[in-house]
Write a protein that binds this ligand. Structure first.
Ligand code: SF4
Length: 428
């Protein structure tokens, strides 16, 4: 059986950052809501593990929000996953510097976590204040050191295009996290989201949009700066030392199925995987066009048995499904605990659409797409003539390069990836 992956969403943070539109909320440390949510996650996981072959789970990623903010609840959850899933080769937890304590590091290491992804974002105090982060640079550096000394593989996120950021401050942040011992670095351009404090300031003209040319320069600088330290870029935004690539993220870009648990979490998989997932929480399906096939108000327990079958029948040409648990934290834990229904928003994809999606995601990787992957896409329904024309056009316009055995994104294709992804998605 093919491998699969596990993603767990923890929607709590100590405070909301100025730019953030993730599904998360500010919460009181140690609150009853956190305890209830983490308890419900345990219940949902147990139900899932009763319905799948846990030995096929190859990687686990606990993200958020701020998983480290939940303290010992996180350690218990990680231990449970490690005990149940013996085939996990990489187990990542996201952490924020201010809540990554010595006790937590020790607990997570003992519980089988192998990798910590730290939300550092910058080592400049002014830039951190602009983002509204809860840590300062010395807390960030201590957290990297602690993760390193505790034996984790350490990934750090950095952001570019921040107010007041210069080439020097960008390079100082890169230098600081390299010196502290990061083995994996992700560099993201800041994007302004409308319903955030920063988005509102930009809309009212009180703050400027990030400078896209400067952001592109920062991406180029990062590549040049990190290379002598042994970091190779392997995806649009990700750099790693040899052997330190994130297996879980590579899985997302290679079409591996994943189960997403928790409020707002997304999953991707086959008919069978969707059916197994539906045993984890009572759910009423809403399809991607927002038509409720069974409204939550009409939901009956016995209906769930037939619901997946009816849905799959309606979409019998589909080979891949994406589904997302209703993004409502309280509803999630109340429903799981009381066996009441949640809405599951499901998208069905044809073989051709899934193939186009795999082409698009595959081109996020520096290695691009192999001849075998292109061949496979044609077998799954992508029109060969159209595919060749799309590749020719992208090559002529400088977005990709052909070699004997593969197509790979050029510098232009890397920095203007959305153009490449859009062209490949149009093949669906
Ligand atoms: S810590 Fe991360 S998830 Fe939480 S509010 Fe800040 S950016 Fe969002």
């Amino acid at each position: 059986m093919a491998g699969s992956m596990l993603y767990i969403h923890i929607p709590f943070c100590v405070k909301r950052c100025n730019y953030c539109d993730f599904f998360t909320s500010a919460e009181k440390r140690g609150s009853a809501r956190i305890a209830a949510y983490m308890g419900a996650l345990g219940i949902q996981l147990k139900r899932l593990f009763n319905h799948i072959d846990t030995s096929t789970i190859q990687s686990c990623y606990i993200g958020g929000g701020t998983p480290s903010f939940t303290g010992s609840h996180l350690t218990e959850l990680a231990q449970f996953i490690t005990d149940e899933c013996k085939g996990v080769e990489e187990f990542t937890c996201e952490a924020n510097p201010e809540s990554f304590t010595f006790d937590l590091a020790e607990g997570l290491r003992k519980a089988g976590v192998t990798r910590i992804s730290l939300g550092v974002q910058s080592l400049s105090e002014k830039e951190l204040a602009y983002l509204g982060r809860a840590h300062n640079s010395s807390i960030a550096l201590s957290a990297i050191n602690l993760a390193k000394e505790s034996g984790f593989r350490v990934s750090c996120d950095l952001m570019c295009g921040l107010k007041g950021q210069t080439a020097e401050s960008w390079q100082a942040s890169l230098q600081g996290i390299v010196d502290a011992g990061a083995t994996h670095i992700s560099c993201y351009p800041l994007t302004i989201e409308p319903n955030t404090p920063l988005g509102k300031l930009v809309a009212s003209g009180l703050e400027d949009e990030p400078d896209e040319d400067f952001q592109a320069d920062c991406m180029l600088m990062a590549q040049k700066f990190l290379k002598p330290y042994g970091f190779e870029r392997y995806e649009v935004a990700s750099y790693a030392l040899t052997g330190q690539q994130c297996r879980h993220n590579l899985g997302y870009w290679s079409g591996i199925s994943y189960y997403g648990l928790g409020a707002g979490a997304s999953s991707m998989g086959t008919h069978e995987e969707l059916k197994a997932f539906m045993s984890t929480v009572p759910c009423a399906i809403r399809n991607e066009t927002e038509q409720a096939l069974c409204p939550v108000s009409d939901y009956k327990k016995e209906y769930q048995e037939t619901q997946a079958e009816e849905f799959l029948e309606q979409y019998n040409q589909a080979v891949r499904f994406r589904w997302r648990i209703q993004p409502d934290t309280a509803k999630f834990y109340e429903s799981v605990q009381n066996s009441e229904p949640l809405e599951l928003i499901v998208e069905a994809m044809s073989a051709k659409a899934a193939a186009a999606e795999d082409l698009m995601l595959g081109m996020r990787r520096v290695q691009g797409l192999s001849a075998a992957e292109l061949e496979q896409a044609i077998k799954r329904g992508i029109d060969q003539t159209l595919l060749n024309k799309t590749i020719d056009d992208l090559e002529q316009d400088g977005y990709l390069m052909r070699t004997e055995t593969k197509i790979i994104p050029t510098k232009k294709g890397w920095l203007e990836g959305n153009h490449v992804f859009g062209a490949l998605w149009d093949l669906a």
